[in-house]
Design a protein around this ligand. Structure first.
Ligand code: PMP
Length: 306
């Protein structure tokens, strides 16, 4: 359960948590066209709170709006300022920020070009998405029977609400089968990503991840992991990955704003490497947590003071 906080930002105004309602005829609720983001704020070792890679998240939100032709009434700068404002109003030093641009009520039917485009920003407390233990010991994943959307069916580079039925179904299938997370293949059969995470494998000292021009979401944590790995002198290649490459990997891990850097210790009942987080995964994970919440100040451009 999300713990109730004080305020939610709705169309430029701060509204009491319980009053942030929409009408049941809200277009996005029926047809799934809305664009959202998931962003984290961390309290760093200096005792201050920072939003991690806020600009990149808001750029992606607006890219989603561009692709879906939703005209957000607010500028990127206004949305960014509102994100930090909502954190402050709720006295949240660490947590998750969810901007949402959606189509309001008015006309029904899929077209409805004149319905208002509305914007809301909410924040909540969110610990480790897959659990604290998952960050330390790794998780068990299953290749899903659901494929990741084909690039000509959906907009892989957008966080578009309706597209997430695919993730919800895959996640439920995996959980009901006793696994922690699902891994989706693309429609050609290559490894794509998790339900809310990008995927990486390590083989013979090289980090591999599906390339950007595939069906993956352009994950901001993915980009962070690639940058940090290269800074550590670890080679990274973006390429196609097959199911058997995944099973035979020395290490594997997920990246995501919610999942952060979560090792994968088993896929389809095959241990990955030694069945525990590997040394390269641990190095990248350590660097990540040092950057987001520790004392590593090598990327000030990634931090926005709350
Ligand atoms: N893939 C999907 C489908 C996602 O929903 C997410 C979470 N936004 C990711 C990957 C990871 O992206 P990011 O690192 O930007 O959170």
């Amino acid at each position: 359960m999300v713990e109730k906080l004080q305020k939610i930002w709705v169309d430029g105004k701060l509204v009491a948590w319980d009053e942030a309602d929409v009408h049941i005829l809200t277009h996005s609720l029926h047809y799934g066209l809305a664009v959202f983001e998931g962003i984290r704020a961390y309290k760093r070792a200096d005792g201050k709170s920072y939003v991690f890679r806020l600009k990149e998240h808001i750029d992606r939100l607006f890219d989603g709006c561009k692709m879906t032709m939703l005209k957000c009434e607010f500028s990127k700068e206004q949305v960014m300022a509102a994100c930090t404002q909502v954190l402050r109003e709720n006295k949240l030093e660490e947590g998750y920020i969810r901007p949402l641009v959606f189509v309001g009520d008015g006309a029904m039917g899929v077209y409805a070009p004149n319905n208002p485009v509305r914007t809301a920003i909410m924040v909540w407390k969110w610990g480790a998405y897959l659990g604290e233990e998952a960050l330390k010991a790794g998780i068990r994943a299953k290749i899903s029977s659901y494929a990741r959307h084909h690039i000509n069916v959906s907009l892989a580079k957008g966080k578009i609400t309706g597209q997430y039925t695919n993730s919800v179904l895959a996640k439920r299938e995996a959980k009901l089968a006793g696994y922690d997370e699902a891994i989706m293949l693309d429609t050609q059969g290559y490894v794509s990503e998790g339900t809310g995470e990008n995927i990486f494998i390590v083989k013979n000292g090289v980090v591999l991840t599906p390339d950007f021009a595939s069906s993956i979401l352009g994950g901001i944590t993915r980009d962070t992991a690639i940058t940090l790995a290269r800074e550590e002198g670890i080679p990274v290649q973006e390429c196609r990955i097959t199911r058997d490459m995944l099973w035979l990997a020395d290490e594997a891990f997920f990246t995501g704003t919610a999942a952060e850097i979560t090792p994968i210790r088993e896929v389809d009942n095959r241990a990955i490497g030694e069945g525990k987080p590997g040394p390269i995964t641990e190095r990248i994970q350590k660097r990540f947590f040092d950057v987001v919440r520790g004392t590593d100040s090598s990327h000030p451009e990634w931090l926005t003071r709350v």
